[in-house]
Design a protein around this ligand. Structure first.
Ligand SMILES: [Zn+2]
Length: 304
């Protein structure tokens, strides 16, 4: 099957030019000025941008959480991704507490099998990591699952203590794996939540006020410090604010391999979106939406 895209403006990470692109099956086989080949499908991309498919490294399809589950399954979520130009997702499989890491990945393969409209891979949310899990981690890495997400938030659900984080980082670092960190001090946050609940402050906006930026900055700082001791790189997921970003900047300035992602919601929405009524529940996420002044710094961080 040959597809020819004509007259498009090709934009890549490094270039911007007008060209024709020949795709054979699923591979770009030629980029040139005038490709003289009979294609099965010809797409006229005049006045359009032709860009590489996006990779979304942070999705949760059919994730069970808090007694419910995320609304997209592997079909609806990947179909939506394709419409937006995202051609690969990396979703998070979950190791059920007390069970093996491999059975977690197997379970997510079953959910995704035959349902995805685009390419997909997995990270593994790691809830237990004793030294005995090292071999399992390496088996998964041989199968292509090389990134493992740990949580400093959600005590009693996903939270991994510092010892677990240190063991997992040490094992991953040894073999070229990567630990992804949900970096918020969930233990202190839970205490703040208890106070708010006791005061009857339960509107959606209080979700944001119970999770201050310093709780995230502390998590980022601690994650980087533990990674440094474990001699491993670390990747902070969904970083939301300047306080946390500054911890990554300090580490980078010292030459430490610390990385961070942010998400569109933190670049475009702010704490004001919670409003005062229950409509604000649409914006409940962790970390929560922040004060608007954080946005400009996050944009700068993307160019770091
Ligand atoms: Zn996530």
């Amino acid at each position: 099957m040959k597809t020819l895209i004509k007259n498009g403006r090709v934009v890549t990470a490094v270039d911007d030019y007008t060209a024709e692109i020949l795709i054979e099956d699923e591979t770009i086989s030629m980029i040139g000025k005038q490709i003289d080949i009979d294609a099965d499908v010809v797409i006229n991309a005049k006045n359009k941008l032709v860009i590489p498919g996006g990779i979304d490294p942070h999705t949760h399809m059919e994730l069970p959480f808090g007694g419910t589950q995320s609304s997209d399954d592997f079909f609806t979520g990947t179909r939506a991704a394709a419409f937006g130009g995202t051609t690969t997702i990396i979703d998070f499989a979950v190791q059920t507490k007390g069970e093996s890491m491999i059975s977690g990945v197997d379970a997510w393969h079953k959910k995704a099998e035959g349902k995805c409209a685009i390419d997909y891979g997995f990270h593994l949310i790691t809830t237990d990591f004793e030294d005995k899990h090292t071999e399992e981690m390496y088996t998964l890495m041989d199968e292509g699952i090389t990134s493992f997400k740990l949580f400093m938030a959600y005590p009693g659900v996903f939270l991994a203590d510092d010892a677990t984080i240190f063991r997992a980082m040490s094992a991953a670092g040894e073999r070229g794996g990567l630990i992804c960190m949900h970096a918020e001090n969930g233990i202190v946050i839970n205490e703040i939540i208890k106070r708010f609940l006791a005061d009857g402050r339960t509107a959606p906006k209080y979700h944001a006020l119970t999770r201050p930026t310093i709780a995230e900055a502390e998590g980022v700082h601690r994650a980087i410090a533990i990674a440094e001791m474990a001699e491993s790189p670390v990747y902070i997921v969904h970083l939301s604010c300047t306080d946390a970003l500054n911890k990554v900047r300090e580490a980078r300035d010292r030459g430490i391999p610390a990385f961070a992602e942010t998400c569109p919601q933190y670049l475009f929405h702010s704490i004001e979106d919670y409003g005062d009524d229950f409509e604000g529940a649409r914006y409940v996420m962790t970390p929560p939406l922040r004060e608007k002044h954080n946005q400009a710094e996050l944009w700068k961080g993307l160019k770091m």
